[in-house]
Ligand binder design. Structure first.
Ligand SMILES: [Zn+2]
Length: 267
């Protein structure tokens, strides 16, 4: 089986595209792990025979084991050092991860695939440069990436699709607001039913989130009043969620709509 990049329109920051060959081209290490929030989980560390993944193995964390009886909740998450480690309030990466944990706890199952795609796939130095331009010149993240000549989003999801298939899954409920993530997995043969992650905007990340919705097409639930009218244009085209080419919806009983949080992690 051969998978190549699914984000042909976005480029790859000059990095070699991920080309994954047959299953014997990667190795997997599996072990259990005791965690604070999720209890006992399984961790699978994949190392693929390509330049990118050799440096940055891909991790799949699984909670529960009832994936044969229900379409699992899946989060495909790209690394964000600032949010996840430093607790940055300027983005919504940590809240999305926390909502993912809450969803997994609620269902007692779920799968997180963690991809080393910092800075929307362009690396930490690009991300830091964009932050610098934002603070010194007032550019938003999209304007900064354009000025730098970088693709607005170079992340790829074919690796995640390979891992899902290795786990025996070809149909998932995907915790995401990002249509590119959906179309990337669908293009790689995974059926996707999107489940939005709805974190409350803060005064620090509000403008960033509006840019994310208006300029990058993420569905963050902002209304027209909060996105200076451009949201109406986007919605007028039907939006990526309503485009059957982007979304493969398989009806499932347990679909419960958007995740808005459960008021704290249940004990
Ligand atoms: Zn972040």
């Amino acid at each position: 089986m051969l998978f190549s990049s699914t984000s042909t329109a976005n480029g790859d920051c000059g990095r070699a595209s991920i080309i994954l060959a047959s299953k014997d081209k990667h190795q997997v290490r599996v072990h259990s792990l005791r965690t604070n929030a999720l209890g006992d989980v399984f961790v699978r560390v994949f190392q693929f025979e390509d330049e990118f993944s050799h440096t940055h193995p891909v991790v799949a964390l699984t909670v529960g084991n009832n994936f044969d009886r229900m379409v699992p909740l899946v989060r495909v998450h790209s690394r964000c050092l600032y949010g996840e480690v430093f607790g940055s309030l300027d983005c919504d990466c940590l809240p999305q991860l926390q909502l993912t944990w809450q969803a997994f706890i609620h269902e007692k199952s779920g799968i997180l695939i963690y991809l080393e795609q910092e800075g929307r796939g362009c690396g930490l130095i690009s991300k830091a440069t964009a932050y610098e331009m934002r603070q010194e010149e007032g550019l938003d993240t999209v304007e900064a990436y354009r000025r730098l000549g970088l693709p607005l989003d170079a992340r790829q999801y074919s690796t995640a699709a390979v891992i899902l298939k290795e786990l025996g899954l070809d149909n998932v409920r995907l915790l995401t607001n990002n249509p590119a993530k959906i179309s990337g997995l669908v293009a790689a043969g995974i059926g996707v039913q999107p489940v939005h992650l709805r974190s409350e905007p803060t005064k620090w990340n509000h403008d960033y989130l509006v840019v994310k919705q208006v300029k990058l097409g993420h569905d963050l639930g902002f209304g027209a009043d909060q996105s200076s009218g451009q949201w109406e244009d986007w919605r007028g085209r039907g939006g990526p969620w309503k485009d059957p080419r982007n979304v493969v919806v398989r009806p499932r009983e347990q679909f419960e709509g958007d995740w808005r949080g459960l008021g704290g992690i249940p004990q």
